[in-house]
Design a protein around this ligand. Structure first.
Ligand code: GLN
Length: 267
């Protein structure tokens, strides 16, 4: 019995040391580099696909938008310089997994498949998959896409959730075909020229695209609601912790909401 007590005592001391021992060490570290490493020293590299307004788009040669501003606020709090790398949407998780970029902000939906490759932070926004059609389209509700005998051509951005869902719900069931484009705007152009019957895409870019292209509308019925989060490497726990807790602070203190409200007006 005595031995057990001694062992427990030792364990308690070790745990106590571990608990407070890491504190001052990390604190020292925090002053220099925050106790984490990034892909490039002193920088926080964000991977994105700047064709997804108002989350990310090119303005005056730079990437602007909600995600760029949230990333800038995180970098600022961590004392790092933000670098934004623009790439194809379906290259983002790979760039993070192989350490070329530190975090992916791209209006990216948390999905189980992506969670195999990357870690997601807390969610900072909600997205809704909606359907864009021509104003005089015979498609009047999202249910028309799944109706028996349906055979529409559906435009999507490659490897986005719009692609994943329609592939499963429509193409694999023989209810239509999917045309995949590297940009949402290209899918919308294909709709304009009649190459596709509708486009399935996130609601906010949908609004932006419909505003720019005449003769299109967004159906009232929504396809699915999803959570946007920051994608991060599974093998950099310290950086994940730093970014995730900073994002949580920015959510708690209202910064994230202020940034989103700047770009998205309630309708
Ligand atoms: N939310 C969608 C997804 O994660 C689309 C994102 C995007 O096109 N940038 O797949």
């Amino acid at each position: 019995m005595k031995k057990v007590i001694t062992l427990l005592g030792t364990l308690a001391v070790v745990l106590a040391m571990a608990a407070c021992g890491s504190e001052p060490a990390d604190k020292d570290n925090a002053d220099s580099n925050g106790g984490f490493t990034t892909a490039s020293e002193g920088k926080l590299i964000m991977a994105t696909n700047a064709a997804f307004p108002p989350y990310e788009y090119i303005e005056g040669g730079n990437v602007a938008g909600i995600d760029a501003e949230i990333a800038a606020a995180i970098a600022d709090k961590l004392g790092l310089e933000l670098q934004i790398d623009d790439m194809e949407f379906d290259s983002i998780t790979g760039a993070i997994a192989n350490g070329k970029a530190d975090m992916g902000l791209a209006g990216m939906t948390v999905t189980p498949d992506r969670q195999e490759e990357v870690n997601f932070t807390v969610s900072y926004a909600t997205g809704v998959q909606v359907i864009i059609v021509a104003e005089d389209s015979a498609i009047t509700s999202v249910d028309d896409l799944f109706a028996e005998g349906a055979s529409h051509v559906i435009g999507v951005q490659r490897n986005t959730t719009g692609d994943l869902y329609t592939t499963d719900d429509i193409e694999k069931k023989g209810l239509g075909t999917i045309d995949r484009y590297s940009k949402g705007a290209d899918a919308v152009q294909a709709l304009k020229t009649g190459k596709v019957d509708c486009v399935v895409i996130d609601n906010e870019p949908a609004k932006a695209f419909v505003q720019e292209v005449e003769g299109l509308k967004i159906l009232e019925t929504e396809y699915i609601t999803e959570d946007y989060a920051i994608a991060m490497s599974k093998s950099n726990a310290e950086l994940y912790e730093a970014v995730n807790s900073t994002l949580q602070e920015l959510i708690n203190d209202g910064t994230v909401k202020r940034i989103i409200d700047k770009y998205i007006t309630a309708d």
